[in-house]
Ligand binder design. Structure first.
Ligand code: SF4
Length: 107
């Protein structure tokens, strides 16, 4: 009888672990969906102005050639995406072609 109880307990623990991991995946996908749906930050937004953000790096004053949001360490968009979240603008996206004075090299 003890082995049946052990088996049931192990089965229950496995199901709990599976449910917990599925919940984590669902939450993660939901966060990515929200990030993809976030609005682009406007260049005249005070937070954007504070770091001289522009949606097109070629129009930025002082942007070193080749530095864009797409190759910034703070950019959180997917590889080759046209826009994505930036760590300094929670809830807003930036364009991959953009730039700001907080640009940081990827490690
Ligand atoms: Fe773009 Fe990087 Fe500035 Fe964010 S910190 S706006 S990703 S250059």
């Amino acid at each position: 009888m003890g082995s049946v109880d052990d088996f049931s307990r192990r089965l229950l623990l496995r199901r709990i672990a599976l449910a917990a991991s599925l919940a984590c995946v669902a939450t993660s996908r939901s966060e990515h969906a929200h990030a993809a749906d976030a609005p682009l930050i406007a260049e005249d937004d005070p937070a954007a102005k504070a770091v001289k953000y522009v949606a097109d790096a070629s129009k930025a004053k002082g942007a070193p050639p080749g530095n864009t949001c797409g190759n910034c360490a703070l950019y959180q968009g997917k590889y080759a995406s046209k826009e994505g979240p930036c760590q300094i603008f929670p809830g807003k996206n930036v364009t991959a072609a953009g730039w700001c004075a907080s640009w940081a090299p990827q490690m």
